[in-house]
Design a protein around this ligand. Structure first.
Ligand code: PEP
Ligand code: MG
Length: 318
C-alpha cells in the first residue's frame, strides 16, 4: 500500500497536520538538477560539485564552472539551491586537487582541507558561484554555499568570510563530530547547517562507510548519532541574539522514510535526498504529524542499539 501512495506522491511535502517540510533533492550536475526540477523536489539541498568534475584531469575555468552552476541554480529559479564546495579526497579523488597518496584518506586532506594545499581552488570556485548567481538574473542573488569536512571554528570563520565578501550565503556541513559537539561555537558565523549523516556516522562510530562488513556500525540509527543530531538541532534553534540557524540533513539517513520522520522529530527542518527517494520520503511524511514525529524521536532515543531504535519506530506504525 505504501508503494502505491509513494508512486502517486507529487509533492510538496506537508505533514498530516499541515506543517510544511522542506524536502530537497541531492544532485551532482546540471542534468540531475533539471531532472529534479521536473519532479516533486522543493529545491536542491546538496549539489555535490566534486562529482560533476570527477572525470576532469584539469581544473575547469571559472567561466566554465559558472556556466554549470548557473544551470543548476536556474533549474530552480524560485527555490533554494545549496551548492557544496568541492569535497575532494577520500572516496572522491579529484585529479586536479593536488592531493597525494595517504595511508588514511578519510582522515586526511579532504573537503575544506584542500585549502592546506591550494587556497586558490576554493576561491575560484566561490568566484564562479557568485558569477553564476549574477547570471540567474536576480533569481539567486545570494546563492547558498556550504563547505564539507569543516572541523574547526577557524575553518568555518574563514570560509564564511570568503563567502560574504562575494555576496554568497555561507553554511557548513556537520559531518565531523568536533563540530557537532561544539556546534554553539560555530553558529555565530554561519547562516545554515547541513548534517552529513554518512560521514558523521562514519566518524562517530569509527567505522569506514565504504566497508560493507561494518554496515551495522555505519547505521545512522545508532543512538550516539541520533543524540548528536538532536543536540545540534537544539543548539541551532536558539542562538544567542534571538537568531535561529536552520538545520538540514543531506546524508542517506534522510532517505529512510521512518528515519526521516525521526529526524524531523529531533528538530531538523529540511531533508535532502536522492531524487528517486523523494516520493517515498514525501509520502511517509504525509502520514505523520510533527507531534507524532517527536514521539517517534523519543522512542528511538530511548533505545540502546540501532536495531532496537529502528524496530521501536517500525512497531509504532511509522
Ligand atoms: C554525508 O557525508 O552525509 C554527505 C552528505 O556527504 P557525502 O556523502 O558526499 O560525503
Ligand atoms: Mg560527507
Amino acid at each position: 500500500r505504501f508503494r502505491d501512495v509513494a508512486a502517486g506522491w507529487t509533492g510538496p511535502a506537508v505533514l498530516a497536520d499541515g506543517h510544511e517540510v522542506s524536502l530537497y533533492a541531492n544532485v551532482q550536475d546540471a542534468t540531475g538538477a533539471e531532472a529534479a526540477a521536473a519532479g516533486p523536489a522543493g529545491g536542491i539541498g546538496l549539489f555535490r560539485t566534486e562529482l560533476a568534475f570527477l572525470d576532469r584531469p584539469t581544473e575547469p575555468s571559472v567561466d566554465e564552472q559558472a556556466e554549470m552552476y548557473a544551470r543548476v541554480l536556474g533549474a530552480f529559479p524560485n527555490a533554494k539551491v545549496v551548492t557544496r564546495t568541492l569535497d575532494a579526497g577520500s572516496d572522491k579523488p579529484l585529479a586536479f586537487a593536488g592531493m597525494t597518496e595517504e595511508d588514511n584518506p578519510a582522515l586526511g586532506v579532504r573537503g575544506i582541507r584542500v585549502d592546506l594545499i591550494d587556497r586558490g581552488l576554493l576561491d575560484r570556485q566561490l568566484d564562479a558561484l557568485a558569477e553564476a548567481g549574477r547570471r540567474t538574473g536576480g533569481a539567486h542573488s545570494s546563492p547558498w554555499v556550504m563547505a564539507p569536512m569543516i572541523s574547526t571554528v577557524d575553518e568555518a570563520r574563514d570560509f564564511a568570510d570568503r563567502c560574504r565578501t562575494r555576496g554568497l550565503t555561507p553554511g557548513i556541513m556537520v559531518e565531523v563530530p568536533a563540530v557537532a559537539v561544539a556546534v554553539d561555537r560555530f553558529l555565530p558565523y554561519v547562516d545554515f547547517l547541513s548534517i552529513g549523516t554518512n560521514d558523521l556516522t562514519q566518524y562517530v562510530m569509527a567505522a569506514d562507510r565504504m566497508s560493507s562488513g561494518l554496515a551495522a556500525l555505519t547505521d545512522p540509527w545508532q543512538p550516539a548519532v541520533l543524540r548528536l543530531i538532536r543536540s545540534v538541532a537544539r543548539a541551532a534553534a536558539t542562538v544567542p541574539g534571538g537568531r535561529s540557524v536552520p538545520v538540514g540533513v543531506c546524508g542517506e539517513a534522510a532517505a529512510d522514510p521512518q528515519l526521516a520522520c525521526v529526524l524531523l522529530g529531533l528538530g531538523v527542518s529540511s531533508l535532502s535526498v536522492a531524487t528517486a527517494a523523494l516520493p517515498f520520503v514525501g509520502a511517509a511524511l504525509g502520514e505523520v504529524t510533527l507531534a507524532r514525529c517527536r514521539e517517534l524521536a523519543a522512542l528511538a532515543l530511548d533505545c540502546d542499539t540501532a536495531r532496537e531504535a529502528r524496530a521501536a519506530v517500525m512497531a509504532a506504525g511509522a
